[in-house]
Design a protein around this ligand. Sequence first.
Ligand code: G6P
Length: 474
Amino acid sequence: MSTINKTIIISNRLPVKITEENGEYQLSTSEGGLATGLGSVYKEGNNIWIGWPGIEVPDERKPEVIKKLAAHNLIPVFLTAEEINFYYEGFSNEILWPVFHYLVTYAKFDEVYWGFYRSVNEKFRDTLLDNLNTGDTIWVHDYQLLLLPCLIRFEQPDVTIGFFQHIPFPSFEIFRLIPWREQLIEGMLGADLLGFHTFDDARHFLSAASRLSSSNLSDNVLVYKNRQIVVEAFPMGIDSDKFEELTRNEKVAKYVTSFKASLKNLKTILTIDRLDYSKGILQRLQTFELLLEKHPEYIGKLALYMVVVPSRDTVPKYKELKDQIDQVVGNINARFRTINWVPIHYFYRSFSIEFLSAIYSTADICLVTPMRDGMNLVSKEYVASRTNEDGVLILSEMAGASKELNDALIVNPNNIVDTMETIIKAINMPLEEQITRMKSMRAIVRKFNVHRWVKNFMDKLSEVKSKQESLLTK
Ligand code: G6P
């Protein structure tokens, strides 16, 4: 391994996943904003990304996978079926995910999950240590690896560690319900810099950390075990240039033409989410049903394009949600459809980036109404794709993005009457108002793009580290 300093990104998932087709392993892009967001970093110089390739790989085929991934600067952490079950589906997605999204009743506080969460975090640490050289910078991502910063710090007291959480951090009264709350906070405090999408998330973390550890709270700096740790908001952006360029792509243009032809004069509302109860898909369907019921004048004039990307469908709550969505969509379509019109066009699958770009640039309205969301990059992707500067974004105030995209129509998704009225306002919004709002949102999305997010975080991390070093030498 070369001794030139590098950045090591480490997250539960690699930015690509391995899938098996007729016995052959194939690489494809992972779902989720993280993979897209950090694509630009790990491909540079001798940087690497460590994570799970998304599939259980038998021992005899591990060398083949290692080689395939190495060609892309990627290093796998292999997980057994049990680890996937208890650490990923269990602790990460049946405890941390629901609690951090304020759905405490969905959490299953299981000791077995905790044991696996700890041991898998140790497994990630071991792979990291095998690839670490003096002077390297480590950037740990997300809730699946909350113990990792402290585990690394124990082995390498002076190493530079940044941590970024992509999902919300709940208020202390919610967080304290987790039986292993102290250990989670201590795990995170192994980092030198902790980043969150919003100021509120950072504040919630600071509040939990100051109550549950021996850290001293002073503004956004914690002192823990003689180290100064900084906690700050870094709202994540997207690669806005990529989305703009896509609109000029030939394949996208073909999709747009056929999409427009099939739509005729219908006003289109677009929603795109991973299958997840935090995304408010059922509440949104309820809102749409109310609209058709209270405003029959829109029957035959409006179409909801609803893309749900399959995700975590081995976790019971996700399976249940899928069944409920299928049922509700079926009911609404059966209740309101006419011979030549269907209200909801529902897709349960992933689409190519070109197809997504085409629907982003064609849809009159994008409806992004999560119950709770760390940031929500779909809202930003819609804005970046509106090169004609028209279109209306309706955005939940519970999404981190609502703190930046003030010119969206902001709604509380629990208020279905208000959300319905906002949809009607969006349908009837004059073009000039659409353009004024979209222009201002586009400027924000372009300026605070993913490259700036990475730079801001990395610059701050080296600043924090050099401050720590200067304090030590005083
Ligand atoms: C969110 C999380 C990511 C996660 C992604 C996809 O964006 O913040 O950490 O990778 O969802 O979820 P999955 O469970 O499929 O990795």
